[in-house]
Design a protein around this ligand. Structure first.
Ligand SMILES: NC(=O)C1=CN([C@@H]2O[C@H](COP(=O)(O)OP(=O)(O)OC[C@H]3O[C@@H](n4cnc5c(N)ncnc54)[C@H](OP(=O)(O)O)[C@@H]3O)[C@@H](O)[C@H]2O)C=CC1
Ligand SMILES: O=C(O)C(=O)C(=O)[C@H](O)[C@@H](O)CO
Length: 332
């Protein structure tokens, strides 16, 4: 079905208010979920809302908690989220990293005791829209086997790198070949994955999302490379935030909360003139896009470049929401 931004926001807000979330917080949180969905990232917008409510009801998320600064070291700060609402706090932390970058050229905020932030790209985009390079990542509960294993011991730990420009170029990617959210999107659409996404129970690579969702033998992106990146991203987030690692979250907690996150903003405009920046970015983009195509019918595209058009289409035609997901939300 197709819904408007307002219909989404109103329903999200209804569910949040009914669970005692204060009006201002419910409005802000519902807006972020609706914005993520309107941007076309259904996996971590509307589709993820029931799971967010389940963790709110379980007490994993403490809606009235507010992040506090634990330590300041010039361009680096360490904050404690106190298990506040994940997307609202992540937005505040990227804004803080931008403030630090404004004064120091670069700003890094390390956050502990955090909750799932939904679409990581929201925070990279947030920085890039203000003219800063935005880099952020999070650890998670163990949901991926390290390369060579069958048992989940590492996180999907998405890494986001956003570069300001027109349009913004942004890589927002799980350390797994597909996020669980994208497995669900493909399953709900009745699609096979475009490339192998994990192993079946016999240890063979598979494109079948439901098999991977069930056995959790999800494939690290780039095989051993994604596995290694997941591990070092976890280590850095854990050390700089003095927070919980994937191992601690998984072994010490009853679910995925109390995670660790990194937010980095880097100044650009004081290092290169606007005209020079745009000319250089244009040359990179054109050089990439004009490569001889594998399939003459399929254009080479850069990550993040489709969001502007996707947003315009969703605003014009309505946002395509899976019926079964909407039924779940209406029943909350
Ligand atoms: N614990 C957590 O918080 C987790 C959150 N997530 C979130 O889930 C969402 C989905 O992650 P993921 O499954 O990795 O997303 P995708 O695999 O859909 O996309 C990953 C990246 O690859 C780019 N890309 C995809 N297809 C192409 C293509 N054909 N050509 C060029 N670039 C391409 C995407 O650009 P584009 O966006 O333009 O398509 C994006 O930057 C993200 O927002 C992520 O932050 C994921 C895992 C865990
Ligand atoms: O992969 C996802 O999608 C995703 O958000 C995660 O990996 C989460 O960390 C975990 O909750 C599994 O959904």
């Amino acid at each position: 079905m197709r819904l408007t931004f307002e219909q989404l926001k109103q329903e999200f807000e209804r569910v949040l208010l009914a669970r005692g979330v204060k009006a201002e917080l419910a409005d802000e949180c519902a807006t972020m979920f609706a914005q993520t969905t309107e941007s076309g990232v259904y996996s971590h917008g509307v589709n993820r809302f029931p799971r967010f409510i389940q963790q709110l009801e379980a007490g994993d998320i403490i809606p009235d908690a507010q992040p506090t600064k634990a330590l300041a070291l010039g361009a680096i700060e360490q904050w404690d989220a106190h298990r506040s609402i994940g997307n609202l706090t992540a937005k505040k932390m990227m804004d803080r990293a931008i403030e630090l970058a404004d004064g120091h050229g670069i700003g890094l905020v390390a956050l502990r005791n955090a909750n799932h932030w939904m679409r990581g790209g929201s925070y990279g985009w947030q920085a890039a829209e203000k003219g800063y390079i935005g880099i952020c990542w999070t650890n998670s509960i163990a949901v991926m086997p390290p390369w060579g294993a069958k048992e989940c011991r590492i996180g999907t730990n998405p890494l986001i790198v956003a570069v300001p420009g027109t349009p913004i170029t942004m890589v927002d990617m799980s350390m797994s070949m597909f996020s669980y959210g994208m497995l669900e999107v493909n399953r709900l659409a009745g699609r096979e994955l475009p490339v192998d996404g994990g192993f079946d129970d016999q240890g063979n690579l598979t494109k079948e999302p439901s098999v991977i969702e069930k056995n959790r033998r999800i494939l690290p992106m780039g095989y051993w490379k994604g596995s290694g990146m997941s591990i070092v991203l976890d280590m850095i987030a854990t050390l700089l935030s003095d927070g919980a690692s994937v191992a601690e979250v998984t072994e010490d907690n009853s679910d995925e909360y109390g995670i660790s996150q990194i937010f980095i903003a880097i100044e650009v405009d004081k290092l290169i003139s606007g005209d020079n920046r745009d000319a250089k970015l244009k040359r990179i983009v054109e050089y990439v896009k004009t490569a001889e195509r594998s399939d003459p019918e399929v254009a080479v595209r850069l990550p993040g470049h489709e969001f502007t058009q996707l947003l315009a289409e969703n605003r014009r035609n309505g946002i395509n929401v899976d019926d079964s997901v909407w039924a779940k939300i209406k029943a909350l």
